[in-house]
Write a protein that binds this ligand. Structure first.
Ligand code: SAM
Length: 258
């Protein structure tokens, strides 16, 4: 049986099934729950250009943008093309390489590790189910609050139906060897639950909309930010940095308009 640890999350995304899917530009790729239930991952869309629903979120970005769990980087590339200073972070080498090949700036690091520009980002993105990262939405929201500048904006995407679920999953690409993959914690959060988590920590709702059946929320950072314990995601803690943000990785990313 696989060992279940929080640190297995980043390690799991850094493995072959995800890298293979990104290099093919398509699935099948699923998150598999212990009871066999499968959540299909939309690798094709992630590897395509930003679509209209993505752009509905990107239009609302303010200042410098950090895309948390940027995957192959379509959002970072689209933001850069629109003149934003944007950085993607992800725990997967394949995702970071893909983002850089699209011309985006990217850093291989977990959101729970120290990051450049802590407390100064204008906007943070948690798109494509990334509110599930770490399997604890409340802890993730607190971590994001610590990354944002006072008054900063979180743009996040909720699950398309009402759900509030914290589960152990593993990546499965249908090759029959999913049993060998590590379990890791993941969460799925619908709009109501997301509002509840946000309100409980003092986030203000700045917008809510739906595009292409994808529900989005824009949340303003709470005035007081609680500290989060940072987990040591040791298997992936080595940073791989795009050459486009060299000076800023000392932590000096000012919040400026696009
Ligand atoms: C559901 S996918 C979303 C993909 C992405 N938004 C896109 O457009 O392709 C989740 C992404 O989060 C990344 N991830 C998982 N845990 C992470 C962590 N602790 N810190 C940063 N990224 C993480 C995964 O490697 C993966 O690329």
């Amino acid at each position: 049986m696989s060992t279940v640890t929080p640190a297995a999350g980043p390690a799991a995304w850094a493995t072959d099934p995800y890298a293979r899917a990104l290099s093919r530009g398509r699935g099948p790729l699923f998150l598999r729950r212990a009871d066999g239930w499968l959540l299909p991952l939309d690798v094709e869309r992630w590897c395509a250009d930003a679509d209209a629903a993505d752009l509905s979120a990107l239009r609302r970005c303010e200042g410098t943008v950090i895309d948390i769990g940027c995957g192959p980087g379509r959002l970072v590339a689209a933001l850069a093309a629109r003149g934003h200073r944007a950085l993607g972070i992800d725990v997967s080498d394949a995702a970071i390489g893909h983002t850089q090949r699209l011309g985006g700036s990217a850093l291989r690091r977990s959101v729970f590790e120290p990051l450049p520009g802590e407390g100064r980002w204008g906007t943070a993105l948690l798109i494509d189910g990334n509110i599930g990262i770490g399997g604890d939405p409340r802890a993730l929201l607190r971590r994001v609050a610590a990354l944002l500048a006072p008054g900063g904006l979180l743009i996040t995407e909720a699950a398309p139906h009402e759900v509030d679920e914290q589960v152990q999953v593993r990546l499965d690409d249908g090759r029959g060897d999913a049993d060998a993959a590590p379990h890791f914690p993941w969460a799925r959060v619908g709009v109501s639950a997301l509002h509840d988590y946000a309100r409980a920590d003092g986030w203000q709702t700045a917008g809510q909309w739906e595009a292409d059946s994808r529900p989005f929320l824009a949340l303003r950072r709470p005035r007081t930010v609680r500290s989060t314990s940072q987990r040591a995601d040791t298997p992936n803690s080595t940073a791989v940095i795009s050459s486009q943000f060299p000076r800023n990785l000392s932590g000096d990313i000012p919040v400026a308009g696009p």
